[in-house]
Design a protein around this ligand. Structure first.
Ligand code: COA
Ligand code: NAP
Length: 295
């Protein structure tokens, strides 16, 4: 395997990296403040860590206060930066309002918003209840709009800002058992372009980042990552392996950095080329579904 496609050392649990080698300048985000939904776990946790390692202070927000509190402690201990844990439900603007008010009281500004909160599970469209489809759209799509709009009204409109929406490649080839999440993430990619056009004049950059299969995450586990049925997934990916949380976080780091100062309305795919070759495999997916009816 060549150096260009080997993965950095990763930790699969919601804990900080044991070693970190800088690729970007270590003070690149000094004095910046990032508000990260879904920042208490998985990909969001690693995004918080990598931004903090570059001098950023963070707010990590999700429904479970207990979870974000525990994560904030780990993140601050490992990076020496402040991390404020807040509880919110992205489906309820009133809770986002309160969390943003608290952030502005504590940090006096917000420079970056990462919309990472999401919900997903495998389910065929025929078995999906109306409420199940609606729930995923509400968390992913409406939640991303709600949070972006509150941040816009309370800070970004006057001061500018950077938004990164975490999406997915599921809709690119119409992935089976994923009509809910694929539709939700495709709508977010559309929202990224609409808001980039509308809010560009306010000095706000908005981009999507679409990860492929990423190990050590709830999303990967829920979509069958630990089962035998997808054990051969590596061979189907052009770069011959699944991705790491750090690789996604480094994509975010690029998008929020001055290196991306002219990038807006774009979607950065970080998937080792997976969607290009990862065809809908009906028999594998059906086997997966039968193994666990409610992943
Ligand atoms: N398969 C089919 N339907 C499911 C399901 C599954 N595995 N899990 C939940 N649903 C349905 C429920 O039955 C319910 O529909 P109903 O009222 O018609 O019965 C609907 O989805 C909402 O479920 P509920 O548990 O009330 O929603 P919630 O808001 O408490 O939780 C989820 C949202 C379902 C997305 C939950 O999995 C979650 O909180 N996920 C966050 C973590 C995550 O998914 N991480 C991966 C990110 S990619
Ligand atoms: P994860 O750890 O489960 O992340 C989802 C986060 O969203 C959790 O921290 C959860 O915390 C929060 N959340 C869920 N519902 C919420 C709500 N209503 N309000 C506020 N927060 C809510 O899973 P992950 O796999 O790391 O996924 C992170 C992001 O990457 C998601 O956007 C996902 O779609 C995307 N993604 C992941 C993969 C992958 O392979 N893992 C691939 C493509 C895209 P609480 O439960 O405390 O609320």
């Amino acid at each position: 395997m060549s150096a260009t496609s080997s993965s950095p050392q990763e930790v699969d649990t919601d804990d900080c990296l044991l070693n970190y080698s800088y690729i970007f300048r270590d003070d690149m985000l000094k004095d910046k403040v990032a508000f990260i939904t879904g920042g208490g776990s998985g990909i969001g946790f690693r995004i918080a860590e990598i931004l903090m390692r570059h001098g950023c202070q963070t707010v990590i927000a999700s429904r479970s206060l207990e979870r974000v509190q525990a994560s904030a402690k780990k993140l601050s201990a490992a990076t020496g930066q402040r991390c404020l844990p807040v509880s919110l439900d992205v489906r309820q603007p009133v809770t986002i309002n309160a969390a943003v008010e608290e952030t502005l009281q504590k940090f006096a500004k917000i420079d970056i918003l990462i919309n990472g909160a999401a919900g997903n599970f495998l389910c065929p469209a025929s078995g999906l209840s109306f409420n199940a489809f609606k729930t995923v759209l509400e968390i992913d799509t409406i939640g991303t709009f709600n949070t972006s709009k509150v941040l816009y009204q309370k800070w970004f409109k006057e001061h500018g800002g950077i938004i990164v929406n975490i999406t997915a490649t599921l809709s690119y080839r119409g992935q089976i058992l994923q009509v809910h999440a694929g539709s939700a993430k495709a709508a977010i990619d559309a929202m990224t372009r609409h808001l980039a056009a509308e809010w560009g004049p306010d000095n706000i950059r908005i981009n999507s980042l679409a990860p492929g299969p990423i190990s050590g995450t709830e999303g990967f586990w829920k979509l069958g990552g630990l089962t035998k049925a997808v054990a051969s997934l590596d061979k189907l990916i052009p770069l011959q392996r699944v991705g790491t949380k750090s690789e996604v976080a480094h994509g975010v780091l690029y998008l929020v950095s001055p290196a991306a100062s002219y990038v807006t309305g774009a979607t950065l795919v970080i998937d080792g080329g997976h969607w290009l070759t990862g065809a809908n495999n009906l028999s594998v997916m059906q086997a997966l579904l039968q193994k666990s009816a409610r992943l």
